[in-house]
Design a protein around this ligand. Structure first.
Ligand code: ZN
Length: 210
């Protein structure tokens, strides 16, 4: 992702240099930055719609309410922008799949057997320009589609830990590129039992949705 961004950025810089302008588009100033593993941030430029499905019966068979995690996570992330719509599978921009590792492998073959979940930004985000945060530049791109995979059959996981995975992956689906370094944040890189977004989780994105 870093290499891709650099390639695009240098192409844009090259074009602008020809036109006599020496820098990439400035998108604005961010008041917060909590991503410790990426210098990029994404956003939707319109209200995206979600569609979710259970690709097999594992969650149901084991007494979990997959849909309640999806609904709750949409509501919580909705506080950093207006709200999210729900649409059918062909019209929604964010597609969410829950199921066992073996089932989800059929939908997304690179899925790692050790992953709790995964988010794929597809089609690729489009580079928009640079955000200014405290004197440093952060690459901004807009999203065009996302697929989220939530892996069941992790036998050691509690209900809260599955909920945390859904909430975490939705953060990636709406703009978090990397992870927080704080274990109290949902966007920490490791699965926890935290099922409520922190102010940091939300504030990281709030500036790109103003
Ligand atoms: Zn993550």
């Amino acid at each position: 992702m870093k290499k891709w961004k650099k390639a695009i950025a240098s192409t844009i810089l090259g074009c602008l240099a020809l036109a006599g302008v020496a820098q990439a588009a400035t998108l604005g100033t961010l008041s917060y930055w909590y991503d410790s593993t990426s210098n990029n941030i994404y956003r939707w430029t319109y209200q995206p719609a979600f569609w979710s499905t259970e690709a097999d019966t594992w969650f149901k068979d084991n007494g979990y309410n997959f849909t309640s995690w999806v609904t709750n996570s949409m509501t919580q992330w909705g506080s950093v922008r207006t709200s999210y719509g729900v649409d059918n599978s062909s019209d929604a921009q964010i597609l969410v799949y829950g199921g066992t590792y073996n089932t989800l492998k059929n939908y997304f073959s690179p899925l790692s057997s050790s992953a709790d979940g995964a988010t794929v930004w597809s089609p690729s985000p489009v580079y928009e320009g640079e955000w200014n945060y405290n004197g440093s530049l952060k690459g901004g791109s807009y999203l065009r589609g996302a697929k989220v995979y939530i892996v069941g059959d992790k036998w050691f996981k509690t209900n809260s830990k599955y909920h945390n995975t859904v909430l975490h992956e939705f953060g990636h689906a709406i703009g978090w590129v990397g992870h927080s370094s704080s274990s109290s944040d949902v966007m920490y890189d490791t699965n926890t039992s935290i099922t409520t977004l922190t102010t940091r989780d939300k504030n990281h994105l709030v500036g790109v949705y103003k």
